[in-house]
Ligand binder design. Structure first.
Ligand SMILES: *Cc1c(COP(=O)(O)O)cnc(C)c1O
Length: 298
């Protein structure tokens, strides 16, 4: 098989992403040290946890000789965009099953337009049908019966093993490793890779209270049992997924200006806001090193 030159860049292990010190008085006042794990720099086209989760799946799809890759997402899904970019890099056809059949007749938003530009074929389904996305008949319906199927958000057992590597990169570097959660797959894998004495803290960006259960079942599927020391900091969703109220926007813009760190608004801003609030409330004992995982870029 004629492998594209950049295949190795996509599929081989990458050097650890950088760890950077952030000096911020909201943390320092309580004796807390903040470092950021720049996972947004881990791969030039597939930032952060999207690369962590996709790489082992792409490897399995390529090694298994699958003719295409099919996955699921909403109209603004970072996961769909990352999958489309990976498909272009690997010359592997991709199919995106998109929630909302009403979108089919309309001009594409920038995110879906990027997916199409990267060669992804979009298959729009009703919200009711989308809820049945584990139906084994769906890939055939989308014209990709033989595809390698990656679930919504990319969180399957292989994805968790990719995120466990992120945890291993942080062994010994922090007492608390914090990450924003959508599906919780990144937290589930990360927690499993941390060393003894370290704990993982997840900040859910969606409303709702089923995430802890979801994380336990993701871990059971991937590792056979719950692993690692982790918990969730609830109450920092700021109204729900993709909501960025003025106070959060102001916090994120200020953080960018102070620390010259690009702050992705849907996940990373909520993580940093939560950590600053918790530090100011004295939730971390003096002497604690907190690592915030920068899972993506704006
Ligand atoms: C997708 C995404 C997440 C959420 O990851 P999960 O594994 O679904 O919890 C976090 N941060 C960024 C920047 C993302 O794009």
């Amino acid at each position: 098989m004629n492998r594209p030159a950049h295949l190795d860049l996509l599929l081989q292990p990458r050097p650890p992403s950088p760890l950077q010190e952030v000096r911020d008085e909201r943390f320092e006042r309580g004796g807390v040290r903040l470092v950021v794990k720049r996972d947004d720099l881990v791969h030039p086209e597939l930032p952060g946890n999207k690369w962590r989760k996709l790489a082992p799946n792409l490897r399995a799809a390529v090694e298994g000789g699958y003719p295409s890759l099919l996955t699921f997402g909403g109209a603004y899904s970072n996961h769909l965009r990352a999958t489309a970019a990976a498909g272009r890099l690997l010359a592997l056809p991709t199919v995106g099953v998109v929630r909302g059949e009403e979108l089919a007749g309309r001009p594409l938003n920038a995110s879906l337009a990027q997916c199409v530009a990267d060669g992804m074929r979009l298959h729009f389904v009703s919200r009711a049908r989308y809820r049945e996305k584990s139906d084994p008949a769906l890939p055939a319906e989308a014209g990709a019966a033989e595809a390698y199927v990656v679930p919504e958000g990319g969180s399957n057992p292989l994805a968790l093993t990719g995120c466990a590597e992120l945890g291993r990169e942080l062994a010994g570097a922090a007492d608390v490793v914090a990450v924003a959660c959508g599906t919780g797959g990144t937290l589930a894998g990360l927690a499993a890779g941390l060393g003894p004495g370290q704990r993982a803290l997840g900040v859910p960006v969606l409303r709702g209270g089923f995430l802890a259960e979801e994380i336990r079942s993701l871990q059971a599927a991937a590792f056979g049992a719950p692993l690692g020391n982790w918990s969730l900091a609830e109450g920092f969703h700021h109204g729900g997924y993709a909501r960025v109220p003025a106070d959060l926007e102001a916090f994120a813009a200020d953080f960018e200006a102070r620390h010259r760190l690009p702050v992705e608004r849907i996940y990373v801003a909520k993580l940093l806001f939560a950590l600053a609030s918790l530090a100011e409330a004295g939730a971390f004992p003096a002497g604690t090193t907190v690592a915030a995982v920068v899972t993506g870029r704006p």
